[in-house]
Write a protein that binds this ligand. Structure first.
Ligand SMILES: Nc1ncnc2c1ncn2[C@@H]1O[C@H](COP(=O)(O)OP(=O)(O)OP(=O)(O)O)[C@@H](O)[C@H]1O
Ligand code: SF4
Ligand SMILES: [Mg+2]
Length: 343
C-alpha cells in the first residue's frame, strides 16, 4: 500500500448469483484513495458505483454474493473481516451518506437522538456530552437553531436539512473515509451547491478523504482531485481530474465529457450523447464491454479484455483514444492492418 494511500483497492470483484451462475457486477476494480483527497466515481446508471461503495463498507452480505479481491484500509484488510469488527469501523472510521437520507434515519426517533446514539455506540460519553456534540455538529453543517432541530423527527425536516443532518451523523465520529453516494441528486440546485461546498470543506475541517459518487461531470470537475470512470462494472479510466478532463484517454470518458454543456460561450442546441445503453451485467459482451457503442471498435476489442495502459502519472485507462495527428496505439494499429483488405 503506497504510504500516502488511505484506501487501496485491488481487483475487487462482487458477483451476484442469477439463474445458476455467478454474475460479476463489479469486475476487477482497482484504485487508490489518498489521505485528504476527494475521488470522484462516475459512470452511467447501473455501472456498479453503489455496489462498489457498499462492498467497500462491507455492507453486501446477501446470501450467495461473493466479494473477492482486496480492500486495504489503513493497513487492515476489509474483505473477509468479521461483521462485528466491520461494524466497529463503520461509523467510527468509515461513514457513508446516501442519496436518500431516510435510508440512514429511522422515522420513529428524533434526529438528535439518532446522532447521539451513533456517538455513544463508538465512544464512552454521557448522554449530555453526546447531545452537546450533536448540536455543535448540526450547527457546523449549517442547520438553523440546531438545539431545537435536534428534537425533530426526520419527516419534520426539509430535504436539504435532512441531508445536512445525515452528513452530521456521518461525521459524528470524525471518520477518516466518507463515502457519499449521489448526496445531492434529490435536492434543488441551490441546496445542491451548499451541500457540495460542505463536502468540499470536510477535507480541511475534518481531514477526511472522500469518495464522491455522482452522475454529474461538472460536480466532479469542481470538486474532485482524482476521477475514476466505471463502465459496466470495470474501471475505464482513472486519473487526476485535471489531466482526465484535459485529455481523456478512454473513448467512453471522452464521450461522457463531450456530453457536458460548455462552461462559457453559446450553449449548443444539442449536445452529443453516447448512442445506445450499457449492457446488463449478465449480457456483457466478450472483450471490451463498451465495444457495441464505441466508434473505434475493431475485431480485437470483442475477443479479449484490453489491458490497462498508463497514460500519465497516476493515470491509467483500459484503452487509449487516438489523438489527432498521433499514431494509433500499436495494439489497434496492428489490428486495423490485419483487418484491412489485402491487395
Ligand atoms: N442486490 C442485487 N442483486 C442483483 N443485482 C444487483 C443488486 N444490486 C445491484 N444489482 C445490479 O448491479 C448493477 C450495478 O448496480 P449499482 O446500483 O451499483 O449501479 P449504479 O452505478 O450505482 O447506478 P445508479 O447510477 O443508477 O445509482 C445493476 O445492473 C444492478 O441491477
Ligand atoms: S477497446 Fe476497442 S471498443 Fe473498447 S474502448 Fe477501446 S477501441 Fe473502443
Ligand atoms: Mg447508485
Amino acid at each position: 500500500m503506497p504510504p500516502s494511500a488511505l484506501l487501496d483497492v485491488r481487483n475487487l470483484r462482487v458477483s451476484f448469483p442469477a439463474r445458476g451462475q455467478m454474475i460479476p457486477i463489479v469486475d476487477g476494480v482497482s484504485f487508490t484513495l489518498n489521505h485528504q483527497d476527494i475521488l470522484g466515481l462516475v459512470g452511467e446508471s447501473g455501472s456498479g458505483k453503489s455496489v462498489t461503495a457498499l462492498a467497500l463498507m462491507g455492507l453486501i452480505d446477501a446470501p450467495g454474493v461473493q466479494v473477492t479481491g482486496s480492500v486495504c484500509f489503513r493497513d487492515q484488510e476489509l474483505v473477509g473481516m468479521p461483521q462485528k469488527k466491520l461494524r466497529h469501523l463503520r461509523g467510527k472510521e468509515i461513514a457513508m451518506i446516501f442519496q436518500d437520507p431516510m435510508t440512514a434515519f429511522t422515522p420513529v426517533y428524533t434526529i438528535g437522538w439518532q446522532i447521539d446514539e451513533q456517538i455513544r455506540a463508538h465512544e464512552r460519553v454521557s448522554r449530555q456530552q453526546a447531545r452537546a456534540r450533536t448540536v455543535k455538529l448540526l450547527g457546523d453543517m449549517g442547520v438553523p437553531d440546531p438545539e431545537r432541530t435536534a428534537n425533530r423527527y426526520p419527516h419534520q425536516l426539509s430535504g436539504g436539512l435532512r441531508q445536512r443532518a445525515m452528513i452530521a451523523m456521518a461525521l459524528s465520529c470524525n471518520p477518516s473515509l466518507l463515502i457519499a453516494d449521489e448526496p445531492t441528486t434529490a435536492l434543488d440546485v441551490t441546496v445542491q451547491a451548499q451541500i457540495l461546498e460542505l463536502i468540499r470543506s470536510l477535507r480541511d475541517t475534518h481531514h477526511s478523504s472522500i469518495l464522491l459518487i455522482t452522475h454529474d461531470m461538472g460536480v466532479v470537475a469542481e470538486t474532485c482531485d482524482n476521477t475514476m470512470v466505471l463502465y459496466s462494472g470495470r474501471v475505464a479510466e482513472y486519473g487526476p481530474t485535471s489531466a482526465l478532463f484535459a485529455s481523456p484517454s478512454h473513448p467512453y470518458t471522452a464521450g461522457l465529457l463531450a456530453s457536458i454543456p460548455p462552461l462559457d460561450g453559446p450553449r449548443p442546441l444539442r449536445l452529443p450523447a453516447i448512442a445506445g445503453a450499457p449492457p446488463l451485467p449478465q449480457n456483457r459482451p466478450a472483450g471490451c464491454a463498451f465495444s457495441p457503442r464505441c466508434p473505434y471498435a475493431h475485431t480485437a476489442c470483442t475477443t479479449a479484455l484490453p489491458p490497462y495502459i498508463a497514460t500519465g502519472p497516476d493515470h491509467f485507462a483500459a484503452c487509449v483514444l487516438p489523438q489527432e495527428g498521433t499514431p494509433l496505439p500499436t495494439r489497434i494499429r496492428n489490428e486495423l492492418v490485419q483487418e484491412s483488405p489485402q491487395p
